[in-house]
Design a protein around this ligand. Structure first.
Ligand code: NI
Length: 176
């Protein structure tokens, strides 16, 4: 297994639209294992393939406290969403250090395929419901900061670009 590089907002590649997975082979299994390792190492509770520059409809999620309940969703579809909404303070591995409230349906019913291509359905609420919707947004090229006001989003963009410049500068010094 190996750790994958996570794209950082505002990288334009985060806005690519993912294509459905059609081949369930060893390459897909390796990608899932690498994505899971990358998510746990970060640490995070969810990671979409879009975030590691693979534009296929695949996401891994583990919202358990112990980090021992890995869920793999391939070609996910929302079958039903509750009218009831919840606001949750979301964060994202592509926008490190930023957390803000996003309102979404409180409960969703989702259909997806597992790593072997077998269909399954999940009724999700709480953090799992948030996470599924957040990761599905990534597959559609959407990052959670796009739900925030333009003012907040521009501030976040400026902060991310500044950090990126600082990291590049630190790297240059380190290699001298
Ligand atoms: Ni995210």
């Amino acid at each position: 297994m190996s750790l994958l590089n996570i794209l950082r907002y505002p990288d334009a590649r985060l806005h690519k639209i993912a294509k459905p997975v059609t081949v369930f082979d060893t390459r897909l299994k390796k990608l899932i294992a690498d994505m899971a390792e990358t998510m746990y190492e970060a640490p995070g509770v969810g990671l979409a393939a879009s975030q590691v520059d693979v534009h296929e409809q695949l996401m891994v999620i583990d919202t358990s406290d112990a980090g021992n309940d890995l869920r793999v969703f391939i070609n996910p579809q929302i079958l039903w969403a509750s009218e009831e909404k919840q606001i949750y303070d979301e964060g994202c591995l592509s926008v490190p250090g930023v957390y803000d409230g996003v309102e979404r349906p409180a409960r969703v019913k989702v259909r997806a395929l597992d790593a072997d291509g077998n269909p399954f359905e999940v009724d999700a609420d709480g953090l799992l419901a948030v996470c599924i919707q957040h990761e599905m947004d990534h597959l559609m090229g959407k990052v959670f900061v796009e739900y925030l006001s333009p003012l907040k989003r521009n501030r976040i963009k400026a902060k991310m670009l500044k950090e990126e410049r600082e990291q590049k500068r630190d790297k240059q010094y380190a290699t001298r």
